[in-house]
Design a protein around this ligand. Structure first.
Ligand code: HEC
Length: 155
């Protein structure tokens, strides 16, 4: 992943330009949606899987940063909606499965489950109770992964 970092954006940029040339400007919107989605996902992934995940695993110490991480995830999760998964955002470099575009209310339900689980995570992380944090962490991670399992392609 790291090594490909410099080559992929160029290749993706070229293919995006070719597609725009072929199909008009609407594909640019798909690219913008993809970028917004990737940005949001990355900014939720780091605090959840690393910030809190490492505390749960015991490889990092619990502290004020753990609380900030939980607040960041919950706050970003509260911004999730279907506009992040619009048709046309399945650009070349995207791992999204196009089936999500037709999944309707089911997407709202997956999002609602994440919003609820990450909101519940905040007070639990603040409590500092390690066992309770582990339970709330896995509930949140499972809610995120429910959508990934269904609508994100494997590596
Ligand atoms: C409704 C569906 C959905 C929900 C809910 C969801 N994700 Fe995602 N996530 C996706 C899809 C689809 C992708 C692939 C995006 C792409 O490649 O275009 C993705 C990609 C990611 C990535 C990889 C980003 C990258 O490209 O580097 C991370 C990290 C991630 N999600 C974290 C999370 C976390 C953390 C949560 C929960 C707090 C979450 N996601 C909730 C659908 C979802």
């Amino acid at each position: 992943m790291r090594k490909r970092g410099r080559v992929l954006p160029v290749a993706a940029g070229i293919s995006a330009l070719l597609m725009i040339a072929a199909h008009g400007a609407s594909l640019e919107d798909g690219k913008a949606v993809f970028e917004r989605r990737e940005d949001t996902m990355k900014h939720m992934g780091r605090p959840l899987f690393l910030g809190i995940g490492r505390v749960v695993k015991g490889t990092a110490a619990y502290g004020p940063d753990t609380v900030t991480a939980a607040e960041t995830v919950a706050s970003l999760a509260s911004t999730l909606d279907r506009t992040l998964f619009l048709p046309g955002s399945d650009v070349t470099e995207s791992k999204i499965k196009p089936a999500i575009f037709d999944a309707g209310d089911h997407v709202d339900q997956l999002i609602a489950a994440v919003q609820s689980a990450t909101a519940q995570l905040v007070p639990v992380v603040k409590s500092g109770d390690k066992a309770a944090i582990a339970v709330a962490y896995f509930a949140a991670a499972n809610a995120c992964n429910a959508c990934h399992t269904e609508f994100r392609k494997e590596e």
